[in-house]
Design a protein around this ligand. Sequence first.
Ligand code: SAM
Length: 235
Amino acid sequence: MKIDVLTIFPEFFREVFDFGIIRRARLAEIVAINIHDLREFTTDKHRMTDDRPFGGGDGMVFKPEPIFNAVEKILGTCEREKYAPQTRVVLLTPQGKPLKQAGAKEFADEVENLVLICGRYEGVDERVTEALVTDEISIGDYVLSGGEPAAIVLVDAIVRLLPNALGSETSAENDSFSNGLLDYPHYTQPRDFRGMQVPEVLLGGNHAEIEKWRRAKALEKTQKVRQDLLIKENS
Ligand code: SAM
């Protein structure tokens, strides 16, 4: 997968993709991540990416031109109908579809070229959404100062689901949300830590019993903190 991120703060991403699973996936060429400074795509001498909103009101708005220029350079076109297959242009926005594990999986399975637009200020000129964007994505019902943290979240959620990105394919399958439940509790050494014991069932080597216990614990945790997941599962 190739990911291109458009931002006015390229420095924000300087080291963030240099750790753990994402670093390994980049080194193994499972994913290539390019960060683009939107100012490079301006045409005026002050390299302005934003301007005041028509109609008045607070704040500034990202101008369409640098974003159109950037998408045209990256994808070879800024006409959505002419994007190559398996291409998505995502605007990170609190007004977007909430990001879920199933959505991240769909991107990991289906997308080859992903362009991420990080807004700032009051947001992005609506003509960007009308003409360029294929998906508007929100990472939650709260407002961030910019799309950069949201882009990092989205990239991380997708990249770890790309084939061979994780050491073991099964570790993503058992993660929270993948099977409609939250994950079960995990324990490691020592068996006795400050008087707190590892549950006996995990020590006996009876895999059927361990599976049963884990499923029950996952259900118990989901019931306790995320009943909405169970309701969705049964509806
Ligand atoms: N005026 C906008 C609104 O109320 O919908 C909020 C703009 S916000 C201050 C600036 C930028 O941060 C947005 O353009 C978007 O790129 C990003 N952003 C903020 N919250 C986000 C969220 N929950 N998910 C994804 N991106 C978000």
